[in-house]
Design a protein around this ligand. Structure first.
Ligand SMILES: Cc1cc2nc3c(=O)[nH]c(=O)nc-3n(C[C@H](O)[C@H](O)[C@H](O)COP(=O)(O)OP(=O)(O)OC[C@H]3O[C@@H](n4cnc5c(N)ncnc54)[C@H](O)[C@@H]3O)c2cc1C
Length: 420
């Protein structure tokens, strides 16, 4: 079988590797000059299977009302944005806020995330991948007693689903991560997941691309895709921007936030809207105050991961269309919050600012599996958790493509769920 993987982000490269391991002849096509140069480049670094929570929950409308239109809020939606795609997406999002839907979505996302967390460990040891990974768990710390109480209440239910999440007192949080000393006066507790991990998704993807190449995968970088081509509702190939046609027996769409723009060429769109997020990366060389344990700051909706001598802080979501321009004000907010929390972690002299577009679905569940066009497969829409889910999603989709039974049930993960 000749397959084309569209997109060389962490999801596309994982998919290419998983297919090549199953004996498929794979070509990966991407407009960038190398792997993982868009959303997979400088994300928060967390493999956070135990902290999978859909954005749409019964509490979200209340939080949204608090944040709406405020540029410094963790979630920013410009009120006057005239964007039918955002309105359609927003409506589907609101339909996913009832408790029953939010629980169902959590179960679906967890299925992928748990499988993926295990597989990343397997790939790491099989391939000797080096990506500044840390296996010190993830600590979600709280300042708001109400939020902490709610998190503790849901903890038993989460543990019953096989997640190892431990409730921690403020002292226990500090024992785990002494760098949290600055927040001690406000700290009310934390939820710690010892088996979650962190690491640099860009480095991981680079390493995996090399492993895929060694299995015979052909990477065509610097190659924008214009459209898909199908005959009688069956995929026949991909049309490149320069006019070249590349034929295939199967194609997998892994184009992140741009997936729907390309599937429209064969008659269907996808409910994926870009949720722009920001990160800063600073050098910690010569400084002793940076955290070692990967952290989630619940109140500020920010995450922190340590990669060797670098500290990455990431957060915010901006539903503002398909542009990854860096808004100086919003990235400064991340810088200042990080400096306040970890004043001794860095001199903060030369931060690297970055923004990327999370491919967000309205239910926070990726879109995986078959499409209405025979031979055209989807592995996209991993939203806030693409790094957490990439390996497991790739493995399951590769099984489906090659006619094997996937290790996880794909029911409820396909695009047909939006017609439910
Ligand atoms: C601030 C921030 C923090 C995050 N933190 C975390 C985290 O801690 N943990 C986690 O699990 N996830 C996190 N994420 C989410 C994660 O980064 C994404 O879900 C993931 O990178 C998506 O990967 P992808 O391969 O689907 O998309 P991408 O990495 O965007 O890859 C898509 C590829 O398609 C290519 N492409 C698009 N259109 C075309 C075209 N027309 N022609 C050719 N090529 C095309 C692009 O060049 C790109 O390489 C974060 C995201 C952000 C923004």
């Amino acid at each position: 079988m000749r397959a084309i993987v569209l997109g060389a982000g962490v999801v596309g490269v994982s998919t290419a590797y998983a297919l090549a391991k199953r004996g498929v002849e794979v070509t990966v096509i991407d407009r960038q000059p190398g792997p993982a140069l868009e959303t997979s480049y400088a994300n928060g670094g967390q493999i956070s299977a135990c902290h999978v929570t859909p954005w749409a929950t019964p509490n979200t409308p209340r939080q949204l009302a608090k944040w709406l239109g405020r540029p410094e809020a963790p979630l920013y939606m410009p009120l006057l944005r005239c964007d039918p795609a955002l309105w359609r997406w927003g409506l589907l999002f609101l339909m996913n806020t009832p408790l029953a839907k939010s629980r169902r979505n959590l179960e679906r996302a967890l299925r992928v995330a748990m499988h993926s967390r295990n597989l990343v460990k397997v790939w790491r040891s099989e391939l000797g991948l080096e990506y500044d990974h840390k296996s010190k768990g993830i600590l979600n710390f709280y300042r708001d007693p109400r939020e902490f109480e709610a998190a503790c209440k849901s903890n038993a239910a989460m543990n019953a689903k096989g997640l190892d999440r431990e409730v921690k007192t403020p002292d226990e949080c500090l024992a785990l991560e002494p760098a949290l000393e600055t927040v001690r006066p406000e700290l009310v507790g934390g939820i710690y997941s010892p088996s979650d991990e962190s690491g640099d998704a860009w480095k991981f993807t680079q390493g995996l691309a090399k492993a895929a190449e060694a299995l015979g995968v052909l990477f065509r970088y610097g190659t924008p895709i214009r459209a898909l081509e199908a005959e009688n509702k069956r995929i026949t190939g991909v049309l490149l921007a320069q006019g070249e046609r590349v034929g295939c027996d199967a194609a997998v769409v892994c184009l992140g936030s741009f997936s729907g723009k390309i599937t429209e060429s064969v008659g269907f769109g996808l409910p994926i809207y870009p949720g722009k997020g920001y990160s800063i990366t600073v050098s910690t060389e010569g400084h002793g105050g940076a955290p070692e344990v990967s952290l989630i700051d619940d109140e500020n909706k920010m995450v922190f991961s340590r990669f060797g001598e670098r500290l990455r802080a990431a957060g915010t979501a901006e539903m503002n269309g398909w542009n990854d321009n860096i808004d100086a004000r919003r990235s400064r907010v991340i810088l200042e919050k990080t400096r306040k929390l970890f004043p001794n972690a860095s001199d903060y002299a030369e931060p690297n600012f970055w923004a990327g577009l999370r491919p967000c679905t309205p239910d926070s569940v990726p879109i995986m599996g078959a499409s209405p066009v025979e031979g055209l497969w989807l592995n996209t829409g991993h939203g806030t958790l693409g790094w957490t889910m990439a390996a497991g999603a790739a493995d399951a989709v590769a099984d489906a493509i090659t006619g094997q039974t996937p290790a996880i049930d794909l029911a409820g993960l396909g695009m047909n769920r939006f017609g439910e």
